[in-house]
Design a protein around this ligand. Structure first.
Ligand code: ACM
Length: 746
């Protein structure tokens, strides 16, 4: 008893003497292999030195700089043997499972970071930075670090982030900042998506038009948008990443996703140009011609310059989403297929991939491709498969003896809204498919997060990437047996303070606000009840179409709406609006809660609250999965509503949805008819579609007719579907969706 009491007193006195509280736990992300807390604290202050042996000066300089960033201390660098020191020890006899392994021992006398390789020391430095308290917990410029012994190594040797700098261009400084953020969380691969339909972002000296033409697109509103990285920029970024022990893997897309390249050099296409750099998201059918020798010369010359700039052993050649329609219609492609005995477009694709692979391998490098490279005859043996359409590609790859990187969209695409891909879902991801045999598991190189930037201009990337990138960090680094979501979530709370300190505008962990709307039939009022889904979220709302922080209400209790209105709500975090705004429109027209009969069955996956939701007064939102839209596949829609008594009507209408990327199109026309008896109907007008079919944005459109005041009890609506996706659409010939919510009459 006395002994224990004595220890307690000693710790208590030490706490008093520095004036700061001792750490009772650490919040390290990703979680190390083992963390043992010891007695007492090391006090980091301006009198602490960074001591290192020969050859580690640069790494010690990095540590000094980073400690400066996190503490504002200015430590001195010195040689081994010093007291009150943070000591970096490169110990060739260090026994760790791999080069990234390290140990970190903190005692009241010193901090010793040991590894068998510099990269291990670098990873260990990140752990050290995370256990130094932030300045707001320091006293008199000193920082108490609890004594501890940490041992650590990564689960995977490939821990990546794929950043799409095509759909939105991101500045050199932004990328360097992300390289630092990746380093803090022990990532080691920056996969840089540099070319696509909507832009070519890497200077290639042999082909200047790639950036003169291909780096710029003319948006629908006439604005020029674009940018590119010069070879000098790229060298700077690659060197910066190298100093953070991060490999930059360039991705040069082929044979599809290459419209910006074709706009620059149309001779590489298999249909005559000219081509414009893409301004729609999605997939374009214009692709490289695999039957012309000159296409390979062009791509090999491009890759030669790329390989000079990027020392990465792996070069990503894309390979995803290749529509084969133009190959089928091209005489040269057909001739090549006959000559080479290629049975279909998939085999022609693998012929192309293998030919490029052979070239890349002739330079001592290896290719990575998205899982479509498995199609046809697949890649040659050395091809690495990045599995994005689920994990099947990885399973097939490993079964075929190909190395694989797990990047299934449903877990790792952080470009998806947190409401579709929550923090806990990302955390639940185990990159090793359970279907793999123990022998096949060695083919799993690791995992990558992806930030596709169609809907992520640079200034919004932080709020999508964080905090979910930290869950990915742990998926990639921490052994499955050491992962625990509740524990991670607790550690994340401390990381939030660090992210704030670093100026990271992190966003919500999941859908920020949950809501419920009810209709009080007696009072004829809608009641909206909102709740935040995590701590630190305040809810702002307004009754109107635009919401900003200054001009909105703080939600404290349910909101009542008693007439036609739009209610807008959004989450507020750290003084910023975050997450998607939720816009709820209510309509109190004469059709509210009318009887409704619809001839065609709706699709079960888009059932809303049944056909009654067409007249429930609550209108569908911009999210077609909101449970408010009714979806019909390929059919027209005939509906009759019964107002239950005769009314004088002069307007009828209905709301429809368009999102062409999701195969949802507005109707071509909507006719309204009225009747007193429900048998004989009189047409009161037809509303034609005036929205362009190719509009790339989500469109919610009311089709409304006005007519001379007419007595009626029944309103019939005939909405004409376009039937199938138009010839220019990626889904040409497939059934088109028709989405409707709310039929109204006044
Ligand atoms: C991809 O998301 N198309 C790789």
């Amino acid at each position: 008893m006395m002994r224990h009491f004595g220890i307690l007193v000693a710790v208590f006195l030490m706490t008093l003497s520095t004036g700061a509280e001792a750490q009772t736990t650490f919040s390290i992300v990703p979680q190390p292999d083992s963390v043992k807390l010891g007695r007492g604290n090391f006090v980091l202050s301006n009198s602490t030195v960074i001591a290192s042996g020969g050859g580690l000066g640069r790494l010690a300089g990095y540590l000094k700089e980073q400690i400066g960033i996190f503490t504002h201390l200015k430590l001195k660098q010195t040689h081994a043997g010093a007291k009150n020191a943070v000591v970096l020890v490169l110990d060739k006899s260090f026994r760790g499972p791999d080069a990234e392994a390290y140990s970190l021992d903190v005692t009241p006398e010193k901090v010793v970071l040991k590894a068998g390789a510099e990269v291990g020391l670098f990873r260990g430095i990140q752990t050290l930075l995370q256990i130094i308290p932030l300045p707001d917990s320091s006293k008199n410029g000193s920082f108490m670090i609890r004594s501890c012994s940490i041992k650590d190594h990564p689960l995977f040797g490939w821990r990546g982030l794929n950043l799409d700098c095509v759909r939105h261009f991101m500045t050199k400084d932004f990328i360097k900042r992300y390289i630092d953020l990746l380093a803090y969380y022990k990532f080691n691969v920056f996969h840089w998506h540099l070319t696509d339909d909507q832009g070519w972002r890497i200077q290639i000296k042999k082909y200047p038009r790639l950036t003169e033409v291909g780096a710029w697109r003319t948006e629908a509103d006439g604005q020029k948008y674009g940018g590119y990285y010069t070879q000098k920029d790229i060298k700077e970024i690659v060197a910066y990443a190298k100093s953070r022990y991060i490999t930059v893997v360039p991705e040069i897309e082929m044979p599809g996703h290459c419209l910006a390249s074709l706009a620059s050099y149309p001779e590489n296409a298999c249909v005559p140009g000219p081509f414009q750099v893409g301004i729609q998201w999605g997939v374009y059918k214009d692709i490289y011609d695999p039957a012309k020798a000159s296409t390979y010369t062009f791509l090999e010359n491009v890759l030669t310059e790329v390989m000079k700039l990027f020392p990465s052993h792996y070069i990503h050649i894309g390979g995803d989403e290749v529509p084969k329609v133009e190959w089928k219609e091209n005489a040269g492609c057909q001739k090549l297929m006959k000559e080479k005995g290629l049975k279909n477009g998939e085999e022609l694709q693998s012929y192309f991939i293998r030919r490029i692979q052979k070239f890349v391998e002739s330079k001592g490098r290896q290719i990575i491709g998205w899982d479509e490279i498995l199609e046809g005859k697949g890649p040659g043996q050395g091809g690495v498969v990045e599995s994005w359409r689920g994990i099947d590609g990885a399973i097939q790859a490993a079964a075929g003896g190909h190395y694989t990187i797990l990047a299934p969209g449903e877990y790792t695409y952080l470009s998806r809204d947190p409401e579709d891909l929550s923090l806990d879902s990302v955390y639940s991801f185990n990159p090793v498919p359970s279907a793999l045999t123990p022998a096949q598991r060695k083919y799993v190189m690791g995992t990558e997060a992806s930030m596709w930037s169609e809907h992520a201009p640079q200034e919004t990337v932080d709020s999508k990437m964080f905090p979910r990138l930290l869950a990915m960090a742990e998926d990639a680094w921490t052994a499955q047996g050491r992962k625990n979501y509740a524990d991670f979530h607790e550690r994340l709370q401390a990381q939030y303070a660090r992210l704030t300190y670093l100026g990271v505008d992190y966003g919500p962990e999941r859908k920020a606000i949950s809501y419920k709307t009810t209709f009080d039939k007696e009072k004829k009022e809608f009641v909206i009840t909102l709740s935040p889904t995590q701590a630190g979220i305040a809810i702002r709302y307004t009754v109107g179409d635009t919401l900003d922080l200054a001009d909105s209400h703080l939600y404290t209790h349910p909101v009542v709406i008693s007439s036609t209105a739009t209610f807008l709500t959004q989450a507020e975090m750290n003084g910023r609006l975050v997450g998607n705004p939720i816009s709820l429109s209510f309509i109190t027209d004469k059709a509210l809660n009318a009887g409704v009969k619809v001839e065609e069955p709706y699709a079960p996956q888009y059932a809303a609250g049944g056909v009654e939701s067409l007249v429930d007064g609550i209108r569908g939102t911009v999210n077609y999965n909101d449970g408010l839209w009714l979806g019909y596949k390929g059919t027209d829609l005939n509906a009759v509503i019964d107002l239950k008594k005769e009314e004088t009507l002069s307007e009828a209408g209905a709301g429809f949805y368009q999102s062409i990327g999701s195969y949802i199109f507005l109707p071509s026309s909507v006719q309204f008819l009225v009747s007193k008896d429900g048998i004989r109907f009189e047409s009161v007008g037809v509303a034609q579609n005036v929205v362009p079919e190719k509009d790339p944005d989500t469109v919610i459109k009311d089709f409304t007719v006005t007519f001379k005041p007419t007595e009626a009890r029944y309103v019939k609506m005939i909405a004409k579907s376009i039937g199938v996706c138009p010839p220019w659409h990626i889904g040409a010939g497939h059934k088109a969706w028709l989405f409707i919510d709310e039929i109204f009459a006044n």
